[in-house]
Write a protein that binds this ligand. Structure first.
Ligand SMILES: Cc1ncc(COP(=O)(O)O)c(C=O)c1O
Length: 265
């Protein structure tokens, strides 16, 4: 028998209670099981907003994890804002989920990927960052905490400097959110991504936080399901935030009983 941490146990309990008692499509049914599942799903959105102190629930997009959140931004932000010759900055200590989507974006739009070097001690060389940052930089994508080195990056300084040249900043928070308090408004991050499975939750669900300001002007990433408003063969209109970015059914999200909630620990 595997010994579970009490937080893991509360997630397993919540999942099995859900599958035994409330299992149904979220937002896609009018029957009571679907209503209960939807209520739980949306209650987790509210909790997640509080957890990272986002300004609105519409800024909390459920994805299948950090990787999908980054791909969503690379695709959608790319379509809306990237032109030939624009530059994307990443650091030399990124997880491949925060490298490959930007390479694909650069191939698609003729943008240029620039890599901020790191020291032998595994820290971003801020003087090099200052050199690379310019009026051509459209987006800076760095992790908050490195999965390979454990480095905690100076993201506050990176965000402040990037905003001075009007570049957006995406923070890969897969390794930070489980270990430290994150306040996206205080940081002024444009996008912040994390995965449930790294914080006792189920695999196959994660979060993209995005400022409403950007998300409003970004096109949908995938089509079908809750992201639609009206569909006809001639034309489809899209739902409001956050649903515009939530195509198809996702992993269900659940709230463990209050005393067991991982968010409280
Ligand atoms: C820093 C970092 N970014 C991104 C990821 C990818 O996360 P996921 O597989 O949940 O999408 C990981 C996972 O190990 C990670 O540590």
């Amino acid at each position: 028998m595997v010994h579970l941490h009490k937080n893991q146990f509360s997630v397993v309990n919540a999942l099995s209670n859900y599958y035994l008692n409330d299992h149904a499509n979220v937002h896609r049914g009018v029957h009571s099981l679907s209503q209960r599942a939807t209520d739980q799903f949306e209650a987790v959105r509210k909790l997640t907003r509080e957890f990272i102190n986002a300004a609105h629930e519409k800024e909390i997009i459920f994805t299948r994890g950090t990787t999908e959140a980054i791909n969503l931004v690379a695709n959608s932000f790319g379509k809306a804002f990237i032109e030939e010759g624009d530059e994307i900055l990443i650091s030399a200590m990124e997880h491949h989920s925060n490298i490959v989507p930007w390479q694909m974006l650069c191939d698609e739009w003729g943008a240029v990927l620039k890599v901020i070097p790191i020291t032998d001690a595994g820290e971003i060389i801020m003087a090099e960052f200052d050199q690379l940052l310019s009026g051509k930089t459209r987006l800076v994508a760095v992790n908050h905490v490195s999965n390979s080195l454990g480095t905690i990056n100076p993201i506050q300084e990176i965000i402040t400097k990037a905003h001075k040249v009007a570049a957006a900043v995406l923070i890969d928070g897969a390794q930070s959110v489980p270990h430290m308090r994150v306040d996206v408004q205080e940081l002024d991050a444009d996008f912040y991504c994390f995965s449930s499975h790294k914080m006792y939750g189920p695999t196959g669900i994660g979060v993209l936080y995005g400022k409403e300001y950007w998300l409003n002007d970004m096109p949908p990433y995938q089509g079908g399901g809750e992201m639609i408003d009206k569909v006809s063969f001639e034309e489809t209109t899209f739902n409001d935030l956050p649903f515009k970015f939530e195509a198809g059914n996702n992993q269900i999200l659940l709230i463990p009983s209050h005393s067991e909630r991982p968010f409280n620990s």
